[in-house]
Design a protein around this ligand. Structure first.
Ligand code: CAA
Ligand code: FAD
Length: 378
């Protein structure tokens, strides 16, 4: 067992750290005005981050899941919105296309996505199908050489800015989850419209939209995998996606901790830095321990995936624990800042608002417990 990062991993971590530093100047304004970070998405493309785990043969960087986690962690320390844009694109769109797409689909869609010329979105959730993901109401009616898609998707990350959408829909209701398909849908498809942007508590510069389909014609060749593979595709995709959200939550927690630790050594009360008060020291000690434990779970989930071993339980454990640590310790980081923590310029209030979503999307904490319990009891 070796806990030391390789030279290559350290280099990618450093590159992500330098990039994240650039995110800091405008992060408060982007959060306040809910501005999508277009210029930084372009920069992430230039750095190879938009196709991080995709083989070089398809224009990606050919790196592993641990490298991906290191990049997300560094970015989320500063800007969790930019981290989730990256995570949804890489984990939820590119991974599945690379794993299960055919050669034509890879050439046509994976290449421009991996180069960052196009942005991807993953559309599973619906107004009445969130945790209960197999109860799909969106339909993809089989019309021979194409599908006619009807219905509404909800809460789609990158929803307004994406070019390519992976849309999950029910083709054969009588077959239940085995009658669900996943289709590649291009933005300009007639009958496909994008709803207004959601006004959110956190990750405000990541855009979230509903998607509406009314007799949207999608060619049969845009189905990924065999007929009825869509639900398993979504579940397998989410196993990896949850590692990305664990990394995002880890970055949020670590970012808040870095700020709180530094502040505690500057701020003086009763004639000494607040870090000299035992009550503050104990908070910092708990942060150090619990964030490191979350980091180990997250890196282990990434390592397990990279080893080619089953990783669904490890991903759920990492996501569950790290998101709870992020929520708990961003609140503590505000406490350490006192009144200054409650205003925007000290960053920790934003990190707390951003932390909350990590307990909800890509499966709520309750759903992670369900996934873990099913694994340990089967
Ligand atoms: N890998 C492969 N197959 C899987 C699987 C996995 N991880 N999990 C389930 N399956 C298969 C099962 O084997 C079963 O297939 P068979 O019947 O052929 O054996 C089939 O899928 C149905 O499985 P379940 O009966 O376990 O399904 P369920 O209806 O009980 O649901 C669930 C299970 C885990 C609760 C699932 O619905 C779930 O993950 N819900 C949460 C949804 C979610 O995470 N949504 C996230 C949306 S994306 C997002 O949020 C993005 C973002 O924020 C950026
Ligand atoms: P519900 O499923 O209605 O859950 C409500 C509550 O009941 C939760 O506390 C839940 O844990 C609990 N609950 C439900 N079932 C059970 C159970 N069996 N046992 C115990 N407790 C249970 N989806 C996408 O497809 N693509 C995206 O890109 C995407 N991005 C998102 C971005 C944001 C900002 C948000 C808010 C959501 C996003 N989602 C996305 C949707 C997200 O995955 C769902 O919101 C999430 O899965 C929960 O579904 P729900 O909101 O319908 O809640």
């Amino acid at each position: 067992m070796n806990f030391k990062l390789s030279e290559e991993h350290s280099m990618i971590q450093q590159a992500a750290r330098e990039f994240a530093h650039e995110l800091k100047a405008g992060v408060i304004e982007r959060d306040e005005k809910a501005l999508f970070p277009h210029e930084f998405v372009k920069k992430m493309a230039d750095l190879g981050f938009m196709g991080l785990m995709i083989p070089e043969a398809y224009g990606g960087a050919g790196l592993d899941t641990l490298a991906y986690v290191l990049v997300l962690e560094e970015i989320a320390k500063i800007d969790a919105s930019t981290a989730v844009i990256l995570s949804a694109h890489n984990s939820l769109v590119l991974w599945g296309l690379n794993e299960y797409g055919n050669e034509e689909q890879k050439q046509k869609y994976l290449r421009p996505l991996a180069a960052g010329e196009k942005l991807g979105a993953f559309a599973l959730s619906e107004p009445e199908a969130g945790s209960d993901a197999s109860s799909q109401h969106t339909t993809a009616e089989d019309k021979g050489d194409h599908y006619l898609v009807n219905g509404t998707k909800n809460w789609i990350t990158n929803g307004g800015n994406a070019d390519i959408y992976l849309v999950i829909a029910q083709t054969d209701a009588s077959a239940g989850h085995r009658g669900i398909n996943v289709l590649i849908v291009e933005k300009d498809t007639p009958g496909f419209t994008i709803g207004p942007k959601e006004n959110k508590l956190g990750i405000r510069s990541s855009d979230t939209h509903s998607l509406m389909f009314s007799d949207a014609k999608v060619p049969k060749e845009n189905r990924i995998g065999e007929d009825g593979f869509g639900f398993k595709f979504a579940m397998k995709t989410l196993d990896g996606g949850r590692i990305g959200i664990a990394a995002q939550a880890l970055g949020i927690a670590a970012g808040a901790y870095d700020l709180a630790r530094a502040y505690s050594q500057e701020r003086k009360t009763f004639g000494k830095p607040i870090s000299n008060h035992q009550a503050i020291q104990f908070k910092l000690a708990d942060m150090e321990v619990e964030i490191e434990a979350a980091r180990l779970l997250t890196y282990k989930a990434a390592w397990t995936k990279d080893q080619g071993l089953p990783y669904g339980k490890e991903a759920a454990m990492a996501k569950l624990h790290t998101s709870e640590v992020a929520m708990k310790h961003t609140i503590e980081a505000i406490q350490i800042h006192g009144g200054y923590g409650y205003v925007k310029e000290y960053h920790v209030e934003r990190l707390m608002r951003d932390a909350k979503i990590t307990q909800i999307y890509e499966g709520t904490s309750e759903i992670q417990r369900l996934v873990i319990a099913r694994e340990i009891l089967k």
